[in-house]
Design a protein around this ligand. Structure first.
Ligand SMILES: [Zn+2]
Length: 257
């Protein structure tokens, strides 16, 4: 009886140990799922394009393009940025790198006689663009595409200041995990814009075929404001990775106004 008890006690002990081990393994893998740290790894322009559309995926395998620092720009008679976004529901998605927003009713950008349909907006921290060496803590990229597939991106810089009410709307529903999305009842994309809309512009070619399309960049000269708390809230979800210092590429930059 004693032996039986002992055996059963050992068996019990082994079972308990096995169960504990299994529980630990489950816990550990749950932790790994939950807390698997993904890095922001600020994408290069080519990688950035690859995230916009699967057909650009090959572009990310090509030459790495550097962030731009606008030191000089030629004053030019450029068409005004005429934007029209329709106020309505918007989907706010955690795409694994950043917060991406698509609106149901879309909208458009007109530049002279060219028309680009609004596709999505997303954020970068810190800004990929520098203006005379100044890096902003946050920038928004509004991506538009014409019928031929040419992209026109408007970049809005955020400087530290008072709370940004449009960003507050997005942060209020910020999805916590990759792939998660929330639908906002009403979003007015135009409220992200500053009153003054002069811009720097340049074209950037994609590296190699099939990346033959060009992107027109429009970097607004006037930043908008964002509060310190909002920057912190955004960076808690999408941490900054220190970017390597890359050489500044020379572009023919033009500026309006
Ligand atoms: Zn971007």
């Amino acid at each position: 009886m004693h032996l039986v008890l002992k055996r059963s006690a050992i068996k019990h002990h082994r079972l308990a140990a096995t169960l504990l081990l299994m529980a630990l393994m489950v816990y550990h893998s749950a932790l790994a799922d939950e807390e698997a740290p993904w890095r922001y790894n600020a994408p290069s322009r080519a990688e950035h394009l690859a995230t916009l559309d699967p057909k650009y995926a090959l572009c990310s395998a090509g030459e790495q393009q550097s962030p731009i620092n606008i030191e000089h720009a030629v004053l030019a008679d450029l068409p005004p940025l005429q934007v029209r976004y329709f106020r309505g529901p918007a989907t706010v998605r955690h795409n694994g790198h950043t917060l991406e927003v698509r609106t149901d009713l879309k909208g458009e950008l007109r530049l002279g006689n060219k028309v680009y349909e609004f596709e999505q907006l997303h954020f970068h921290t810190p800004s990929g663009e520098q203006i005379q060496g100044q890096i902003y803590p946050l920038s928004a990229h509004l991506v538009h595409r014409d019928k031929k597939g040419t992209l026109a991106v408007i970049a809005i810089q955020f400087k530290k200041g008072k709370e940004n009410s449009s960003l507050a709307q997005l942060l209020g529903v910020m999805p916590r995990h990759k792939g998660d999305a929330y639908v906002l009842g009403q979003l007015d994309v135009e409220r992200f814009f500053p009153a003054q809309r002069h811009y720097y512009t340049y074209r950037e070619g994609l590296p190699v075929p099939p990346c033959t399309e060009r992107v027109r960049w429009h970097i607004l000269k006037t930043p908008v404001e964002v509060s310190e708390e909002q920057i912190v809230a955004f960076q808690l979800m999408f941490p900054i990775d220190p970017q390597p210092i890359e050489p500044v590429i020379k572009h023919a930059v033009r500026v309006s106004g």
